[in-house]
Design a protein. Sequence first.
Length: 561
Amino acid sequence: MLEVHSCRSTRYSAFYMIISGELRHQRWIPWLGALLVGGFATILFHRHQFASGFDLFPGPRGDTRVSAYVCEHWYRVLQGKVALFSPTIFYPVRGTLGYADAMLLFVPPYALLRAVGLNIFTALGVVVVLFNFLNFVAGFTLLFQVLRYRWLASVAGAMFFAYNNPKLTQLDNVQLQAIWLLPVSTIGIVLLFRNVRSFSGRRTLGLLSLAGLTLNVQLLTGFYLGWFLIFWSGLFFVVLLCLKPARELLTFSFRRHWRSILGAAAITVVALIPFLLLYLPVQRGVPDWPYQPHLMHIPKLQSYLFMADGNIIWSRVLDSLQSTLGGPEGWDRGIGIGLVGTLAWLGLSVIALRSRASHPFLFASIIAVDLLILITLQYHGHSLWHKVYALVPGGKAIRDVARFMIFAALPMGIVFAAAADRAERWVGGRPERYALLVGVIAFGLLEQFTTGEGQYYSSRAEIHWLESLAAKLPAGCTAFYVTGSSAGDPAVDAYHNRQWMHDAMFVSVLRDVPTLNGRSSKSPPGWQLREVTAPEYESRVRDWVERHHMTGRICRLQVRG
């Protein structure tokens, strides 16, 4: 019995040394373990793609096709076929790339995969999987290598950041899956403040420039995430200025490195020029979304109770709760983070009020997230977001406000990792306590996952459909538009109208013929071709052609009999 106990104790000690970070000096061991965990989570998150040999594409057959079109446009730009700022949609309007997220970060891997023969949707699907793995790696690097949290805490925080429920509910918006630049940007800031008294001006300039440049790439990939990083950072630094120790550190940092700070700010502003060239003309020429539609996507308190459909843990409970409370009105409003995450965050928010002097940066992170939640909350149609919409630059472009939770997973993941790191000290090497801690963390992470049923469509079937449709377009067309008949059901017609816009966009790509149709976050002034099934659709097409003095052969493409 003594020998068995000794063996068990030895095995536990080795396991504990690995996950607690005591083998940190043997760097490959904790990193190998983290990569294995991240790889497993990626496969679990995208298991339907792996099982289908990457035929299945993640997300409903909706906005994902817009993202795929934008990526394919970039590929055609690299081939020299089209102008960068003017995809061949909404013809003959130019500058329409600025109507949607530019997907810049996706371009290099997507173009490489297309060049080696993968089809449009398979290539983008592989990039999404790659980026979700990189989300975990970047989060783990920040937590384990930079913030120096223990292995288990770092893995838990990185898992929450990369594979949280709010992001899973947004599979329809591919650009929101690329979030690994957020921790990369944060790494530069953390390293600077940790070593501000010893860093040279050149190193300070480099780190701040890194943060600014990655922010610009994030803005050109998914505007929402970059904008919320800026907005949250403003709240974060305002809270820090209210704390004397943090205020003194910020003052010292500026006095010591003011030249480097101003230099990095100048580099960031210069690097912002492509973003401004792309989006400022759209901002000036296209009307803003009115505030009222924003209310559809501003969370209510019960939005934080709900998860994505098919949640592994809470599916049946949430179905019952939805029948009682009515549930969120839109699919993008189920932004809950589960029972463990919610209780942990509420508890940490209370604890933070008592430890603000000893942990000012963690305190500011928690309070800034809480303020963001409060600002983005609505109650009976009233919300502080109205002030942001009216006063903050870029606020009018944030239509789906609930998406802020995808960004918030970064500061929340950092705070959760800090709490788990502190909990490991309480464990003290005792197996029963460690088992309890690991069990709670595992349950909290498992709460984020869903079955994924109904969230995928076939890449091969999609390509076959689009190629068969493109073959119907007559030769010699200067431009074309799609037509289709009404199904007699407004809901069905609305769905078909959206999909036919996407069909037209891809036919335009496959045949190198511009289309009058298109679908994006914005549309040109005076363009009224969204409703293909409307009785006045053909007359609207004629008005559009006459208004823009279009010549040549304008073809009709029948997409439905």
